[in-house]
Unconditional design. Structure first.
Length: 209
């Protein structure tokens, strides 16, 4: 019986490339694809699959959120995150929320095949590089990277982690969208990050609420 695999990525060329790589194994089949997080979660809940290859930066619902929601409902479908984001920040998060592996999009075809094979056989597949280990250790103790943030920046961070949009937050705080965007840019600069996905991952890694 073939192993049944789901692919969730918002880029068609990535999905096509993964499908081509995976189909080099006659005992595997890609049974369905999704281009956003909502569709990915629906597939994971409704399809009898053996593996979900999941991007982190999905539209509509982040891959991290998809994994968390599935695990919260007791759905144990193995998940392999396949992402362009650095493993130093995301691999510890992926492990913590119940994924079985993390693989960077700079991986070769042979690395993709090896990672998928390992997860399908029931083994975890996370990067063993020192950078990822250092990030995991940082999340376990020491000072918080959020200490330099102002109260307002922390408020913006808390809202973003909770999934609230800047437009909604601006309305709630009676501030302009431009002002809230300025706070967001400042906190990203202080933390050395480039976007909301990295910000949320760092918050999850350090248990920020």
């Amino acid at each position: 019986m073939k192993s049944r695999i789901l692919i969730a990525d918002d880029h068609l060329v990535v999905r096509q490339g993964l499908r081509q790589i995976l189909h080099s194994r006659p005992d595997w089949e890609v049974m369905a694809e999704a281009e956003d997080g909502v569709a990915a979660e629906r597939l994971a809940r409704n399809q009898l699959a053996d593996l979900l290859i999941l991007d982190i930066g999905l539209p509509l619902r982040r891959g991290v959120t998809v994994c968390e929601r599935l695990r919260a409902d007791g759905i144990l479908l193995p998940i392999l995150f396949f992402s362009m984001y650095p493993p130093s920040q995301y691999a510890p998060v992926a492990r913590r929320i119940g994924a079985q592996g993390f693989l960077g999009k700079d991986a070769s075809a042979s690395q993709v095949l090896a990672a998928v094979d390992r997860v399908l056989r029931g083994y975890p597949c996370f990067p063993a590089d020192g950078e990822a280990r250092q990030a995991a250790s940082a999340g376990a103790g020491g000072g918080s990277p959020f200490d330099p943030l102002t109260d307002r920046e922390l408020q913006v961070l808390r809202a973003l982690v909770a999934g609230e949009s800047l437009v909604s937050l601006a309305r709630r705080l009676n501030l302009s969208n431009k002002t809230l965007s300025t706070y967001r840019r400042r906190l990203l600069a202080k933390l050395g990050l480039t976007g909301n996905a990295e910000l949320v991952a760092l918050a999850l890694l350090h248990g920020f609420q």
